[in-house]
Design a protein around this ligand. Structure first.
Ligand code: BTN
Length: 247
């Protein structure tokens, strides 16, 4: 275990060769009293978890990290994943000099490919209180040795050609420091908007109940995406998934 000082708090960091999922382990640790900013990293994951019940490709060559946030103000909950996305983008810029954009809600895009995904999971106690939120971040630093799996090879990319543990660890440090600055900050919504790749674009909206086409208009102060549907109705999306249409 190593330690890093984040905003005056000690982040206890453990690095594993292989784990099923850093999020799964840290959720267990959260229930057992792990402190804020406790961070778990794996060189690779055997059951990396993505949003919407998907898996996340986690071969050697990427950063797979989870960290824990506790004592969250009700007002700040909505900004957790946005803060993680903005922080990952800033960290990637600082370490790899690569400028990513954010495809709503929280996919980081570079050269039109997804290079980073974020999965925030709440840990709820038996009496219904939020004990903490585990923020999982996966960054494709370099492509896997045998390339990305067929299912994602057209949409996945990496921020570099080369993976080193030193750069991976530098990225962890930058993400944690950046998150501590951004989370709860009054500038977060503007930063998130300025990184958005979707404003003004024609998109496909995919929700559990429907799929439809729309134009992305703006992102509000609560990170919702306002769209205009093809029949002229304005809607603000709070969760779900979009894809950008190419003509
Ligand atoms: C997504 O794009 O759908 C979210 C992917 C989140 C992946 C990260 S990798 C580290 C952490 N552990 C997991 O099992 N998932 C997250």
């Amino acid at each position: 275990m190593t330690e890093l000082c984040i905003n005056g708090k000690k982040a206890e960091i453990s690095i594993y060769n292989t784990l099923p999922s850093t999020n799964a382990l840290l959720k267990e640790e959260c229930k057992n009293g792990a402190p804020e900013y406790r961070t778990v990293i794996a060189d690779c994951q055997t059951s990396g978890r993505g949003r919407l019940g998907r898996s996340f490709c986690s071969d050697i060559g990427g950063l797979y990290m989870s960290f824990l946030i506790r004592n969250i103000n009700q007002a700040d909950i909505i900004g957790i994943t946005a803060a993680a996305g903005v922080s990952a983008a800033e960290a990637i810029k600082n370490v790899f000099n690569v400028a990513c954009g954010i495809k709503w809600v929280n996919d980081l895009i570079y050269n039109e490919k997804k290079v980073c995904g974020i999965l925030a999971e709440g840990v709820v106690s038996d009496d219904g209180n939020i004990e903490g939120v585990v923020i999982g971040i996966g960054v494709n630093i370099a492509p896997p040795k045998n390339g990305f799996p067929d299912e994602i090879k057209d949409i996945a990319g990496a921020v570099s050609d080369v993976y080193t543990v030193e750069k991976r660890n530098a990225l962890v440090r930058e993400i944690l420091m950046s998150f501590a600055r951004n989370f709860g900050s009054s500038e977060l919504a503007d930063k998130y908007r300025s990184l958005s790749t979707v404003i003004g674009k024609d998109i496909k909206v995919i929700t559990p109940s429907e799929t439809y086409y729309a134009k992305a208009l703006e992102i509000d102060d609560f990170f919702g995406l306002t769209v205009m549907t093809e029949d002229g109705k304005k809607k603000t999306l709070r969760s779900g998934e979009i894809s950008i249409r190419t003509k």
